[in-house]
Design a protein around this ligand. Structure first.
Ligand SMILES: *[C@@H]1O[C@H](CO)[C@@H](O)[C@H](O)[C@H]1NC(C)=O
Ligand SMILES: [Cu+2]
Length: 170
């Protein structure tokens, strides 16, 4: 009985707080990868990155690498002061917290050729402005129909319903 209550409470909490599942984004996909052809400004603009998500750079290590740099070095296309360097060709990078991350290719002229990616990691829907706060009534961004949080909430309530029904039948 107590176990069932805890399970239901956990699901309800997940629904209320909008715990969304973490997403994995393969950089440049679909249609591209980590190469000299993909437009990463356009690619990133179609995504919303949240803490807990990860991005994966896939490429030939003979042709490219991934260097995480500061904004200044990103703007200057300099890999002289790397924060992190990845060279496996299949590099998963965890976006652990909100903030902006900057990645470039360290091969000569590749960054200038377009291999630079800025990733804006924004807080999950849990930290929406409270009701009454400035901006709380702003219309939802048109680029996020059916947000992950909305889906998580719907999933949470559906699961809670199943659990409650199971409890009634037990
Ligand atoms: C990416 O595409 C946008 C819009 O189509 C364009 O303004 C921008 O210059 C492109 N970036 C690169 C690096 O080609
Ligand atoms: Cu490169």
């Amino acid at each position: 009985m107590a176990t069932r209550f805890v399970a239901i409470a956990a699901v309800m909490a997940a629904a209320i707080f909008g715990v969304a599942s973490a997403a994995t984004y393969n950089v440049g996909e679909p249609g591209g990868s980590w190469n000299l052809q993909t437009n990463y400004t356009n690619w990133a603009a179609s995504k919303r990155f949240h803490p807990g998500d990860q991005i994966v750079f896939k490429y030939s290590p003979q042709a490219h690498d991934v260097v995480e740099v500061s904004k200044a070095d990103y703007d200057a296309c300099s890999n002289a002061r790397p924060i992190n360097t990845h060279t496996s060709g299949n590099d998963a990078i965890a976006l652990t917290s909100a903030g902006t991350r900057y990645f470039i290719c360290g091969f000569p002229d590749h960054c200038a050729g377009g291999m630079k990616l800025q990733v804006d990691v924004v807080p999950s829907a849990t930290s929406l402005a409270p009701a009454g706060a400035p901006g709380a009534n702003a219309p939802a961004s048109p680029s996020t129909p059916g947000s992950a949080a909305t889906k998580a909430t719907a999933t949470g309530f559906a699961l809670a319903g199943v659990l409650i029904a199971a409890g009634l039948m037990a």
